[in-house]
Design a protein around this ligand. Sequence first.
Ligand code: DGL
Length: 283
Amino acid sequence: MSDSRPIGVFDSGLGGLTVAREIFRLMPGEKIIYLGDTARCPYGGRSEETIKTFGIQDARLLTDYDVKLLVVACNTVSAVALDLIAASCKDVPVIGVVIPGSRAAARRTAVRKVGVIGTAATIRAGAYTRAIQGFDAAIKVYGKACPLFVPLVEEGLLDHEITRHAVQYYLAEVLDSGVDCIILGCTHYPLLMQTIQEMVGTRTQLLDSALWTAREVFEILKSLNGLAAGKTGGFSESRFLVTDYTPHFKDLASLFLGAEIPSIEQISLEKLTKPCSTVPAAA
Ligand code: DGL
């Protein structure tokens, strides 16, 4: 059996295309409907309540497209609102990026010390700590918010002196705690992989939650007999929706996706924010 319906993937902005990229790499026959809430991005410095409200709105829009699986590619939303979103989208399996990255880290750390870097809201929510310790309660988790990394990536300063200073500034404390694995707990950070690796050295593993999430998507679809039958064409048949558009987005999107993005469609923010009686109140 197979399922040709698309996978829904959403993020606060374009960074979640790093997750889409890994899904396409692993499952080239899959189609994706991607939503980037670029009008309201970034989410990472916002309150829990706002992140919950936005996350539910994003999820609800994608379920209108008859998706077979919903991937919350945004670490911030996954850390703050995954349970709420899963409860509000009962007919569609929902997965976030926190559990797959945490499972990989719990399996890999030899010294049972793991670092997690992400937005302020992601680190504050403590979801990575709970998830990692859910796999092994003896693991110590050292979280560090790195709010400058998102704008540095969006400015394209991937291999730049300013970025190296920022990496040094944020990661010194995490490294001093003796971790041997660091989870890149934000959609944007895979693009800083090389710069961060140079600073932390080869004995510290960097775990890209996007990659582990794509593997989990594959496993879930396989177990549900829900993989698409075709082997090619998914990428060109996919749709990429944003709530705000500037000419810079095409380049930025291609950077995250690792390939030229076919086209970007703008939808109105009102489509997301329209009241809906089935959405539970953000707790
Ligand atoms: N997509 C967000 C995340 O993965 C980063 C950008 C934002 O702050 O909205 O946490």
